[in-house]
Write a protein that binds this ligand. Sequence first.
Ligand code: WTA
Length: 635
Amino acid sequence: MSNYHIKHLEEYYKVYRNSVREPEVFWEEIAEEHFSWRKRWDKVLSWDFKKPEVKWFEGAKLNITENCIDRHLRTKGNKTAILFEPNNPDEEAQHITYNSLYERVNQFANVLKDHAIKKGDRVCIYLPMIPELAISLLACARIGAIHSVVFAGFSATALSTRINDSDCKMVITSDGSYRGKKSIDLKGIVDEGLEDCPGVETVLVAKRINSEIDMKEGRDKWLQPLLNTASKECEPEIIDAEDPLFILYTSGSTGQPKGMVHSTAGYMVYTAYTFKNVFNYRTNDVYWCTADIGWITGHSYIVYGPLANGATTVMFEGVPSYPDFGRFWEIVAKHKITQFYTAPTAIRALAKEKLDFVSKYDLSSLKVLGSVGEPINEEAWHWYNDNVGHGKSPIVDTWWQTETGGIMITPLPYVTPTIPTYATLPFIGIQPALMDENGDEIIGKQVDGRLCIKFPWPSMARTIWGNHQRYKETYFSAYENKYFTGDGALRDAVGYYRITGRVDDVIIVSGHNLGTAPIEDAINEHPAVAESAIVGFPHDIKGNALYGYVIMKEAGESRDPDNVRKEINQIITEHIGPIAKLDKIQFTSGLPKTRSGKIMRRILRKIASNDILNLGDTSTLLNPEVVEEIIDNSL
Ligand code: WTA
């Protein structure tokens, strides 16, 4: 019992030491005491990072929805499980109790079954932040179907690529979505995407904006009438601990997005345990994570982690700027939010506005503030601390990844003294390592290197859907016997970690991971473009923005450059989504390349960041003369 909620620093160190010395003993105790199982495991952990293969709680049987819903009904049936705050502040918030969540999930699960969805089938979910989104995840989990949520800001092409990659049989969507003043035709995007997805048999459509949409005979069905007649009881499918719970796509530095596969038992145990400790969750708290469920943060810390703890979790449909820049704080005051978890990009955007938007609200309910998705800069940290937390709510700067499933390096509020920009200490059970360029571990304090994890943790992704080899190459080949994160980090004199950013070609824009290769592929589809290279450069609000260097084909050189710029961003929007649009596009006659033909992005990054004094040695390039030209014309 004692290990479940850590209350002071010595206790953290003690529990951490135990978790590392005897991981099996440690995790077994957590799993045993805080979850319900249909059958106990035969073995707590088996692992081999060379294959790589990791199994937690092998042999155990369970259903995660029994842990997230059923077991709370006896004592918390009338407690709010999901508190839905609509886009429009005049529309009433909805309190979905655990009793009602139980019924709605079961009804939805029965609808899935009626449409031939069974254990192991993949279901794509493309929904805005409405209750049906959380409910559809849980409905899939109830019957053992594997959900693959695609963020509803992705384009039709991005959607169809993801549907086909994991052979989804069904898509769950809505007629449209609200985003601030705008409404978006989601069903139209789905229809377009599905032109290339022959495997999709059924599309279930939730009604949200009451727009006129096309319904394809035999394929498309309105969800609500089906739910209305479905039974409120659905026996949970009994799942093996290692059976996949979901697939979630994340960008890689090259190639197609990677469908990270998460297992059931380990994911449940780790997200629940981290939720309890990282947010210092107590029974009557009202917890709000502003992420979209389309990202891992929403999966782990809007849906599964909070519900496994019987918490009240807020789902917000709208945006921070609507109807004005005070919306977040209005919601905090209205629902007396106790934990508030958001991204640095949102904080930076709000910090730019008049202080009155935040100062006029009573934020005294807040106890913990969280940050996730990218490094939080010192200025944003202080603004958050001073104006939202009033110096009283600790900020937890949580470092983790889609691949890690749960929070990995983080302070524990009221336990770990914080320092701005430091994610501080590894969570219980997490064994980080910093590596040097020769592949050796860097021991000691005040050092920096590439961040790896050298021991398995329960919620790590088990594979990439359909491509285990790529999983091995991406994460387990750079350093022997270690999981490589793709991030750099430093460790200070007391052992605190500070994440310094990506060391590969992934660029984090407004907290969203974007791989350079898919964007370049999209640009190269433009008939006038011969070649392109994308780099990130610092941006006040987004953290990073995208800078594109584009070589035009001879035929395109007479075109108006501004028109071509617009068309390039249009193509990117169609292929990926508006989040991947370029802020700057520079036309150039060449790109700096090594003698083996590799683009020297390091040089392009420096030029884009206006850091041209430290370009380093360019004389070994294949075409050093192009560097001058690029500098002269830089934007
Ligand atoms: C970055 C989001 C610094 C990092 C949960 C990581 C961070 C990538 C932090 C994963 C943080 C996330 N400080 N950087 N607190 N949190 N990152 O998969 O580069 O969307 O590798 O998961 O975001 O992004 P993803």
